[in-house]
Each structure stands twice: as structure tokens, then as C-alpha cells.
Design a protein around this ligand. Structure first.
Ligand code: NAP
Length: 356
């Protein structure tokens, strides 16, 4: 099989490190790996398939000629500046940031949902937002069977979705909490909690303490009260599903979970679909695992989704407000299916379709 020269831009980050794992696990045909990050990481060593590589900075390259695929996860401004340079030198860029997602010339792809869209790429393909990816993988089989008019979704998003510094915030704050509780006795009261809060290390990434808390704030707010993350769930869903009539009202919440986003999804369908039928079609859908036996305490959980590539769906039941409608609980690893795995699947599609 032909091998491909693959650049990973943002290789030292949470998503970048997972790219390396996923490429290796899926035995992606890499003939040469080019690990890239910012100038801060220049000279750092990383290991891929047992071989050591030296990280280079983007500014170190005169040209990107010869690179077949560039997997980007280095933030929006880096993608905006550098992805077109890779593309004009002949690489196909699969970008994880939000920089290109809503550009009409750029396909936004989830391989289980709209694989055909890779065919019209012009050098850059965008990977959707992590919360959108797992939701549309679960919605698509229902959409095909019964149509979808409206979706109301509340998310419970892991800190890893905000990068390495956010993980460090949760670790530091949790350790400080545990230490303080041990010192002060473990009898919790609101007064004791307040006292401990005042002594905690300040969060680097979040505007408030994240340990033992829930923040209804991901990305910036718009005038209408929704956040940018919530808008992504609406506009990206419409683009991926090719349906401008679907409405998505989202509330995105950061919770003190390390890996794995959870979503409570209420769906108003066009036609009635029973929970039993939904379970049947979701069980056969690509990339979906149904875990729905609540009587035995079996439902999707982020601790079990972490490190997995599938989207887990459970708590499937009739919605009490949307008629006809369904309600379900959807969980996936935000760094894998929400980012690295989805992007590597896009690269695999490019190979399958002879597009690189
Ligand atoms: P992260 O852990 O903070 O890592 C950021 C990476 O980008 C690091 O490798 C960093 O290199 C690199 N970088 C930053 N500025 C750069 C520059 N000017 N030139 C080259 N490299 C630069 O963040 P992450 O969670 O991996 O996320 C990275 C991107 O993926 C973001 O755009 C994010 O929105 C997107 N994404 C993340 C998730 C998720 O769940 N985490 C999901 C979907 C999409 P240094 O180490 O040298 O600073």
C-alpha cells in the first residue's frame, strides 16, 4: 500500500497527541511523519511507532511541498494563517479548529453522516466542533427514518475540550480541595466550602472554579444570550445534514469531567418513531453503540467512553414535550471522535476515494 507524508500541526497539544495514537492504532499508512507545534516546542522529542522525531515550528519551513496530508489542531488563528499555505503547496488539510467550518468553499465532514462531501474539497476540509460531531452521529439515523424539525440539547462538556491548560486547572483545583478537606475534617457544609473556595489556586483557563462546579459558559457570549459554542451546534448541524430547516437550541455547560462530553438531546421528529425502533436503527448505525438498560444501571457514561472512538447512546425514550419526539443521552470522547478520530477517518476517506 502507498504511504503518505503526514504533518501533524499542534502535535504537542491534547488533540495532537491523540492524533499520533489514532494514526498508530488504525495503522494509517504514514510513510513519513512531520511533527509541528509552536516555536515554544521547537526541538522537543515525540515518539511515533517506536521512532523518535523532533518537533519543528511552522516558521522553520520554506515550503510544505511533498506533504500529502496535514492534520491541524493548533487553534483558529494558526489555521487561518497556515492551512492555505499547506493547501497551495499540494497538501490536503484536515482542520480541527473553527477557522474554516462555515466557509462555503470548505466541506464540514463527519464520515458517518456526510462522507460524500469530501469529494468537493479544494485543499481544506473542516472537522466539526466536538459537541456537534457526537450529536449528528446519533441524529442521522433518526433523521433518515423519521425526519427532524427541532432539537433541544444540553451539554455536559469535559475540561479536555478546552485543551491542556484546562485539564491542569481541574487537577490543581481538585488536589487543593482534597487537601483542604483532609485538613479541615471531611464534614462538608456550605460554610466550609466557601472557606476552601477562597484559598484555591486561581483557574488559568476558566473564569470560575471548575472543580466541583458546572459552568454554563463555553466560548464567548453573543447579544442574544447564546454562546459561540451553542451557535456552532446549530449552524454546523445544518451544514453537515444539508438541511437549513433544522433548529437546534443548545445550552453548553462545562463540567468537572476529564474526558468525554455528554448530551441530553430532545428531538422533534417529522414522523412518529418509537423508542424501540430508534434503538433498533441506532444499534445498526455506523459508529454508534447503544447502551440502554437503565433497569441495570446501564447507560452511556463519560468514564467508559473515554479512550473509545464510538458514540454511545442510551436513555432512549419518548419526549414528553415534543410530539412526535424522542429524548436520548449521547456520550463520546471529545478528543477522539470529537476531534482526532474524526479527522483521521476523513483522511482515510480521502485515500479510499482516491482524492489524494
Ligand atoms: P492544546 O492542548 O492547548 O494544544 C494546542 C496545540 O497548538 C499545541 O500543540 C500548541 O503548541 C499548538 N500551537 C499553539 N499556537 C501555535 C502556533 N502559533 N503555531 C503552531 N502551533 C501552535 O489544545 P487542543 O485541545 O489540542 O486543541 C487544539 C485545537 O483543536 C483547537 O483549535 C481546538 O479548538 C480544536 N479542538 C479541540 C477539541 C478538544 O476536545 N480538545 C475538539 C475539537 C477541536 P505548543 O505546545 O508549542 O504551544
Amino acid at each position: 500500500m502507498k504511504g503518505y507524508k503526514v504533518a501533524v500541526v499542534g502535535v504537542t497539544g491534547e488533540v495532537g497527541k491523540t492524533f499520533l495514537k489514532v494514526l498508530q492504532e488504525r495503522d494509517f499508512p504514514v510513510s513519513e511523519l512531520i511533527p509541528i507545534a509552536s516555536a515554544r516546542s521547537r526541538g522537543k522529542k515525540i515518539t511515533f511507532k517506536g521512532r523518535e522525531y523532533t518537533v519543528r515550528a511552522l516558521e522553520d519551513f520554506d515550503s510544505f511541498k511533498g506533504i500529502d496530508i496535514a492534520l491541524f489542531s493548533a487553534g483558529g488563528s494558526t489555521s487561518k494563517e497556515w492551512a492555505p499555505k499547506f493547501a497551495s503547496d499540494g497538501a490536503v488539510v484536515v482542520d480541527n479548529s473553527s477557522a474554516w467550518r462555515m466557509e462555503p468553499e470548505v466541506p464540514l465532514v463527519v464520515p458517518e453522516v456526510n462522507p460524500e462531501d469530501v469529494k468537493w474539497h479544494k485543499g481544506i476540509i473542516a472537522n466539526p466542533n466536538c459537541s456537534t460531531i457526537q450529536m449528528v452521529v446519533a441524529l442521522k439515523p433518526i433523521y433518515d427514518e423519521a425526519g427532524i424539525k427541532n432539537v433541544v440539547v444540553s451539554t455536559y462538556q469535559a475540561v479536555s475540550g478546552a485543551g491542556a491548560k484546562a485539564i491542569a486547572d481541574l487537577v490543581k483545583q481538585t488536589l487543593a480541595w482534597c487537601k483542604a478537606l483532609q485538613e479541615k475534617g471531611e464534614k462538608v457544609s456550605p460554610e466550609l466550602l466557601k472557606e476552601i473556595q477562597e484559598q484555591l489556586p486561581e483557574a488559568e483557563k476558566f473564569p470560575h472554579q471548575i472543580a466541583f462546579n458546572a459552568l454554563p459558559h463555553i466560548d464567548r457570549f453573543f447579544e442574544d444570550g447564546y454562546t459561540r459554542e451553542e451557535n456552532k451546534m446549530l449552524f454546523e448541524t445544518r451544514k453537515i445534514m444539508h438541511d437549513e430547516n433544522i433548529n437546534v437550541s443548545a445550552t453548553c455547560v462545562r463540567v468537572p469531567v476529564f474526558y468525554g462530553h455528554s448530551e441530553s438531546v430532545s428531538i422533534q421528529t417529522e414522523k412518529k418513531i418509537s423508542p424501540k425502533r430508534a434503538r433498533e436503527i441506532l444499534s445498526k448505525a455506523p459508529g454508534v453503540v447503544v447502551v440502554d438498560n437503565p433497569q441495570n444501571n446501564e447507560y452511556p457514561l463519560p468514564i467508559y467512553a473515554a479512550g473509545r472512538d464510538e458514540v454511545f447512546v442510551g436513555r432512549i425514550r419518548e419526549d414528553r414535550v415534543f410530539k412526535p419526539g424522542l429524548n436520548m443521552w449521547v456520550v463520546a470522547d471529545n478528543i477522539r471522535k470529537g476531534a482526532a478520530t474524526n479527522a483521521v477517518q476523513i483522511a482515510e476517506l480521502l485515500i479510499k476515494e482516491n482524492l489524494i
